[in-house]
Design a protein around this ligand. Structure first.
Ligand code: LFR
Length: 497
């Protein structure tokens, strides 16, 4: 098996993949060896991650490397942010890995704001206000299950936990820790003032470890199952942190957009901006690789499109035998004559046709929290249109056009916000991630924002993950070199406004 290679395990809210990367003639090559659907399950009244499924798929994926002829030197794991598990003194899980879209954080803004003004919290931690931030999840846990916090010994985020299962080492990686709302934006260490104010026990939190660090070899029992013995290296374990590393930054100054379940739109800075203006515009300062900060905004993203697709196919996004949240087809919606499951291509086609027919899109505020986890995305969009005095979409094309146009306008507003805060304009939008394959969205984004769109690479997150492993192994001398190799190795499509 080929050993001069690295494996990226990249797990998003809707799917995960294992991608092997290696360098050949200065270019980076990728091969996907495993892909799986991620899912949420209903447990003890909450939407939760199935961490056992993630563990199984992780091992399966690493074994697939070997089956594909690779025995990677190192392995790196990244996932979405904010979510965590608690371990007791015997390293057993305490409670469930509740998923960030779960409703447990409802009402936590009020609780938190009575403890510390949100402006003050922002000045310290620089994190955008989102109901799912770890800090609000911990406040919810304090109220519902104080005994779990009591019984807990260690707080680990999802990738940290998977790393622990591979190596037995407990480390909390910095980029993902920066999504908790508990890390000081300036120092990059746990903010003990914030923790004390919110009565979050500091003793649970291992000191932060930085991307590039090695956690050592996998445990013997893991090596046995996967058929080789890689070291586990920390990439930017927050997927968005990995994705931003892989942006080729064509035509600077460029706005970066990592497009997946979320659209993460922003720029990379050398220091955090925790100003009043940044707070008001709700931009976040997430910690990046090597002292960089992602100054960005979360935009509802492909989640809306994924939800519509699931709903049209009658699939719930939470697996729950007892109270399955089945998508209800809105009374006006018709997908006729398709004869197969609705795919993304069908949705794009419907939007293209509606556009060609001159349909005027109704507009919704995609960043309204009502779209975070609605029972029916389709009904929620229709209701939002009606409440705003606009016609509710009556066809799939109208619905899709509404989503696309609303997303693109939210991108435009975010770029205007960035421009106002930075005091200068931007020349292009660079999109990485699965969403950069959506031609309709690329075209509309270019039009509405009035900027050229550079789309690619699609595997931005896995690439960013691999980039840090390659740097840790000395395959590239510095970040600039690996970024240049990424730009040269992958095709980027330009879409003019
Ligand atoms: C994207 C992402 C975002 C984060 C959200 C929740 O996958 O990691 O950056 O805000 O998921 O964790």
């Amino acid at each position: 098996a080929r050993t001069d290679c690295y494996a990226a395990v990249d797990i998003g809210a809707s799917s995960g993949r294992v991608v092997v990367g290696y360098v050949e003639d200065g270019l980076i090559r990728l091969q996907e060896v495993h892909r799986f659907d991620n899912r949420q399950v209903r447990r003890h009244g909450h939407d939760c991650w199935d961490v056992d499924l993630l563990h199984t798929e992780l091992l399966r994926g690493l074994a697939c490397c070997k089956e594909a002829g690779f025995a990677p030197k190192t392995v790196g794991i990244d996932t979405w942010g904010v979510d965590f598990v608690l371990l007791d003194a015997d390293d057993n899980l305490v409670g469930d890995a509740v998923a960030y879209r779960d409703a447990r954080t409802n009402g936590m803004y009020e609780v938190a704001d009575a403890i510390m003004a949100p402006e003050e919290l922002y000045r310290r931690v620089g994190l955008q206000r989102q109901p799912f931030n770890t800090i609000y999840q911990l406040l919810a846990l304090q109220r519902e299950h104080p005994e779990q916090l009591e019984a807990a010994d260690t707080f680990l985020m999802i990738p940290d936990y998977l790393n622990f299962l591979l190596t037995g080492q407990k480390a909390v990686e910095y980029t993902n820790a920066s999504t908790t709302g508990l890390l000081n934006a300036e120092t990059g260490a746990w903010d003990e003032t914030v923790m004390a104010a919110f009565a979050i026990p500091r003793r649970l939190f291992p000191n932060v470890t930085h991307a590039g660090a090695s956690l050592g070899s996998v445990l013997p029992e893991v090596a046995e199952v996967i058929g080789y013995e890689p070291r586990v290296v920390l990439p930017a374990t927050h997927d968005t942190g990995s994705a931003y590393l892989a942006v080729p930054a064509c035509e600077p100054p460029a706005v970066f957009l990592s497009s997946g379940t979320w659209s993460l739109l922003g720029v990379e800075n050398r220091s955090p901006i925790c100003s009043e203006g940044a707070f008001r515009a709700n931009f976040t300062n997430e910690g990046g690789y090597h002292f960089r900060y992602r100054f960005l905004k979360n935009i509802m993203g492909l989640w809306m499109i994924q939800s519509i697709r699931r709903e049209l196919n009658g699939i719930a996004y939470v697996v729950d035998e007892k109270a399955i949240r089945k998508g209800r087809l809105h009374q006006y919606m018709r997908v006729e004559g398709l004869g197969h499951e609705v795919g993304f291509a069908d949705l794009i086609k419907a939007a293209d046709e509606a556009e060609a027919a001159g349909v005027i899109a109704s507009i919704v505020n995609v960043n309204d929290d009502r779209f975070l986890a609605p029972d029916s995305m389709i009904e929620e969009i229709c209701a939002a249109c009606e409440e705003a005095g606009q016609p509710a979409p009556e066809t799939l094309g109208e619905l899709m056009l509404c989503v696309y146009e609303s997303l693109a306008r939210c991108y435009r507003d975010a770029i205007e916000g960035l421009t106002a805060l930075a005091g200068h304009g931007y020349a292009s939008i660079n999109i990485v991630g699965g969403g950069c394959r959506d031609d309709h969205l690329n075209r509309r984004t270019a039009q509405v924002c009035g900027l050229p769109v550079y789309a690619g690479p699609v595997e931005g997150t896995a690439l960013g993950n691999l980039a840090v492993q390659m740097l840790a192994d000395g395959a590239f001398p510095h970040l600039k070199a690996v970024r240049a190799a990424i730009a040269e190795s992958f095709e980027v499509t330009k879409v003019e406004p």
